[in-house]
Design a protein around this ligand. Structure first.
Ligand SMILES: [Zn+2]
Length: 456
């Protein structure tokens, strides 16, 4: 790629750069220059200067997703042979790039789970040739059952960037403390899906699958957050990361923990920031709107947005959860929770999630620097920066462009989203990784630009 992208707003928040009207010169995949007006000479120009009154397109480092479920694990596994996989690693990578993500962390709850060094190595290897950087999370406990820790040091050596039993939370606080201590020695965070399985079971639900809101009231999350934080206190060492917070109660508990200096970080999903607003009640079938933790009340949504804005919540993460159509077409009680989110994350945050307008730089920080800091340098993630002279790993998006979900086929291997048919604002135009286009929206790029990057 050899061109000038003209007239964009450039955000590189690790160094406090937020500048409008910039030209970005990319040559042979590297960023050569970023400044006010670059004479084009013989270079093709990709002119995105906005008409008067319209907000500019934004160029920023590629997004990092700390919470992607893929379904591809052992292709010979009995479940996969019988049912097929709803999301292969390759399709998850394409969906990620379409959403502006250049790095994703895949969860360990595949079948079988990623709970040994051998499985970590195999899962990491599967992601090597994809268009985005794939990082593997290993389970905290064997088979996610909360009884026995995995070989944490061995899994890290095999490539695990983090540890989580996500979709389950069976480990008692004492075992979680041990995991935090062990992970701290090799500089990895331990991530917790904060739902109290004992409370869910007492309400008559199966821990891993039942999802009726009635058996997942806010206390289910609050108690799990409390246990996880107490485990972090007991561990003294280690970095605890709380996944997909969904309630005002959890936000309050996080605030107290951070005020006490406990090393804890947290994420929120686009769907909990948006709670889908009017869409929440209307997906057809209704089971498309089922997710763990459930979509909650307006006061929870407001608390989550405020916490994300002020930095109490560190990260926006998708909880991208692909499922086959058949898993989402039954009745609500028995259908599988979760929906896909990589391709709609940015747009949902901008459209429903309270992070548009003046909050865009904060949102970008929570999609880049926030997750980078949670994983830490030891995980081998590239720093989300736009450095002169280095390979361009970045996303270009138009925050004002409107699109309809499903008007073009989504790139995920699954289609389970209650947003199908919804009009969203904010569209990724181009995702570059090491200067290579991992995603491009030709329809929204000028013809000249299309010709320009065709040879990439
Ligand atoms: Zn989860």
């Amino acid at each position: 790629m050899n061109c000038i992208i003209r007239g964009v707003r450039v955000l590189d928040l690790r160094v406090g750069l937020d500048a409008v009207g910039q030209d970005v010169w990319i040559s042979d995949g590297r960023i050569i220059a970023i400044y006010k007006h670059i004479g084009e000479g013989t270079l093709p120009v990709f002119d995105l200067t906005p008409p008067r009154g319209r907000v500019p397109c934004i160029l920023c480092p590629g997004f990092i997703d700390l919470h992607t479920h893929v379904r591809e694990a052992d292709p010979d596994g009995a479940d996969n042979q019988r049912e097929g996989v709803s999301e292969a690693i390759a399709s998850a990578a394409m969906a990620a790039a379409a959403g502006g993500f250049t790095a994703i962390l895949t969860m360990a709850d595949t079948r079988p789970p990623v709970d040994s060094p051998e499985r970590v190595a195999a899962q990491t290897f599967r992601g090597v040739d994809t268009p985005v950087d794939m990082f593997t999370a290993a389970a905290v406990t064997r088979n996610l059952e909360g009884d026995e820790l995995v070989d944490i040091a061995g899994c890290a050596r095999a490539g695990a960037a983090a540890f989580t039993d996500d979709s389950r939370n069976a480990a008692p606080p004492q075992l979680l403390s041990q995991a935090l201590v062990a992970a701290a020695k090799i500089g990895r965070p331990v991530m917790v899906h904060p739902e109290d399985e004992a409370l869910i079971a007492a309400a008559g639900g199966r821990a891993c699958n039942a999802a009726a809101t009635s058996i997942r009231p806010p206390i289910v999350e609050d108690r799990a957050v409390d246990f996880a934080i107490s485990a972090a206190v007991r561990a003294v060492a280690g970095r605890l990361h709380l996944q997909h917070l969904s309630t005002e109660l959890a936000v309050q508990r996080l605030r107290l923990a951070k005020a006490d200096g406990i090393p804890v970080t947290a994420e929120v999903t686009p769907h909990h920031l948006g709670m889908w607003l009017p869409l929440a009640d209307t997906p057809q079938p209704a089971s498309l709107g089922k997710v763990n933790p459930p979509l909650r009340q307006e006061r929870d949504r407001v608390a989550l947005i405020q916490a994300l804005r002020d930095g109490l919540i560190d990260v926006v993460a998708t909880d991208h959860s692909p499922h086959r159509d058949t898993a989402k077409t039954g009745d609500y009680e028995t259908s599988t929770p979760g929906f896909i989110g990589l391709e709609t994350a940015l747009s949902v945050c901008l459209t429903f999630g309270g992070m548009g307008g003046d909050w865009i730089p904060v949102l970008i920080e929570r999609l880049t620097t926030g997750p980078f800091n949670v994983l830490g340098e030891a995980a081998g993630l590239r720093e989300p920066r736009l450095r002169i002279g280095e390979a361009a790993t970045c996303v270009l998006f138009d925050p004002a462009a409107e699109w309809i979900v499903g008007e073009r086929p989504l790139l995920s291997g699954a289609r389970n989203t209650p947003l199908m048919g919804a009009k969203l604002s904010g569209k990724v135009l181009l995702t570059l990784i090491d200067g290579i286009a991992a995603y491009r929206d030709w329809e929204r790029l000028p013809d000249t630009a299309a010709k320009m990057v065709e040879g990439v």
